[in-house]
Design a binder for this molecule. Structure first.
Ligand code: SF4
Ligand code: SF4
Ligand code: SF4
Length: 396
């Protein structure tokens, strides 16, 4: 059973092509500035460099003069945008109009959180943009200037680079998301560095282009062709990536070996936009026991490793959120001992999501698979003799 209402992404034929001679980022900021000046929005949620430092953060920008610090495509993802939008919007409905500019994986996280009632999208216009990826946070922290320079080069050429985070190198959803995820998409591919293409992806997005007097008269064909070329390259890379990880994990103790250096700090969970529980079981008293209980366990096993339940934490976290994992890489960036957390989660989520025929964050109307689960689903696994539904292989 498919949990996707729409199986295919339909990209509109027309949009607006604008000159990017002043620089891509400058043009994007000018569009947002214009929308703010014309009162189409009361504020813009956007990444920005913290003045006089190398740090990046999210800002809810109302004062136009602060646009000079905003950066639509920072070299790093310091806080996942879906998480930032959730902190801002989950506790009530907005009366003012807000634009939020996020990378595609951040928009997808926001849509999953919207389904979980942890993002409120009333009066929020979501704007996505073609994303070249992000650099590992640890590299940026050790040498911000070099990392910025490398990232600028990637942004100009749009070629794959091993200096990007591994999940970004194989990211399949780096561009336009399905029609109900974002409202407006900013295409940087096509006439790279010369033009940008604004593509409406909802009636709200189209209205915004009309209000800004850009209209939707230009063909988006050039952008579409180049986007598809890049998508094809990434599909080849993700196949190889998944094969390699599966091989490693299928070896004896494969999964355990990867997580062996874990210090159980839970950073990966704390930064993950899809770890949405208010109280995590693995941080609760439910798994804290009296010393005698630990003594007994140590006696049974010969020794007990502390901190306890490290593997249980990873497997538990994975089973809770893997259907909504958007492969954003935030968990890996936050790991102090360089465990390839997001690569492992991404490989498992890719396989699991395919089984459920569900891609998280593509469409606001798609129900979460576990909310939508039917009795007959996976009966070919649970009760093969009684199952009347064909197994996916037989159904082909
Ligand atoms: S995973 Fe990386 S490439 Fe994909 S949208 Fe997120 S930051 Fe961009
Ligand atoms: S598990 Fe990691 S890659 Fe997946 S959504 Fe959470 S932070 Fe992103
Ligand atoms: S961030 Fe790294 S060390 Fe910390 S719990 Fe996650 S995997 Fe373990």
């Amino acid at each position: 059973m498919s949990h996707q209402k729409k199986e295919e992404t339909i990209i509109p034929e027309k949009g607006t092509v604008l000159s990017a001679e002043k620089g891509t980022k400058r043009v994007i900021l000018d569009i947002l500035k214009k929308a703010l000046a014309e009162n189409l929005f009361d504020a813009v949620l956007i990444p920005a460099q913290v003045p006089e430092t190398e740090a990046y953060s999210w800002i809810l920008l109302q004062d136009e003069s602060l646009f000079e610090w905003a950066d639509p495509l920072p070299p790093v993802m310091t806080v996942q945008g879906g998480r930032a939008l959730s902190s801002f919007s989950k506790n009530g409905e907005l009366e003012q109009n807000i634009a939020a500019l996020l990378r595609p994986c951040e928009i997808r996280a926001a849509i999953e959180l919207f389904k979980l009632k942890q993002v409120n999208l009333k009066n929020i216009t979501l704007i996505s943009l073609d994303c070249p990826g992000a650099m590992p946070l640890s590299n940026y922290m050790s040498d911000p200037q070099k990392t910025k320079k490398d990232f600028q080069h990637i942004l100009e050429k749009w070629e794959n680079s091993e200096s990007l985070r591994p999940v970004c190198q194989v990211c399949q959803h780096f561009s336009f998301i399905d029609g109900t995820a974002a409202d407006l998409h900013i295409g940087l591919l096509g006439d790279k560095n010369k033009n940008i293409t604004l593509i409406p992806s909802s009636p709200k997005g189209k209205k915004l282009l009309d209000q800004l007097e850009f209209g939707t008269k230009d063909s988006v064909e050039k952008w579409k062709t180049e986007k598809q070329q890049l998508a094809n390259e990434k599909i080849k890379r993700i196949d190889a990536f998944n094969r390699e990880w599966k091989k490693k994990i299928n070896q004896a103790n494969g999964f355990f070996n990867e997580f062996n250096p874990c210090i159980n700090c839970h950073n990966c969970m704390n930064v993950c936009p899809m770890c949405y529980c208010q109280q995590c079981y693995f941080d609760s008293q439910a798994i804290n026991f009296k010393p005698e209980a630990y003594m007994q366990k140590a006696e049974q096993k010969g020794a007990l490793r502390f901190p306890l339940n490290t593997m249980l934490f990873h497997i538990g976290r994975m089973s809770h959120m893997v259907l909504s994992c958007v492969s954003c890489g935030a968990c890996e960036d936050a790991c102090p001992v360089s465990i390839p957390v997001s690569q492992l989660f991404s490989m498992v989520s890719d396989q699991t999501q395919k089984e459920f025929k569900y891609t998280p964050g593509m469409n606001r109307e798609d129900a979460l698979p576990l909310q939508d689960f039917t009795e007959q689903e996976f009966c070919e696994v649970e009760v093969p003799d009684e199952c009347h539904e064909k197994a996916p292989e037989e159904a082909k």
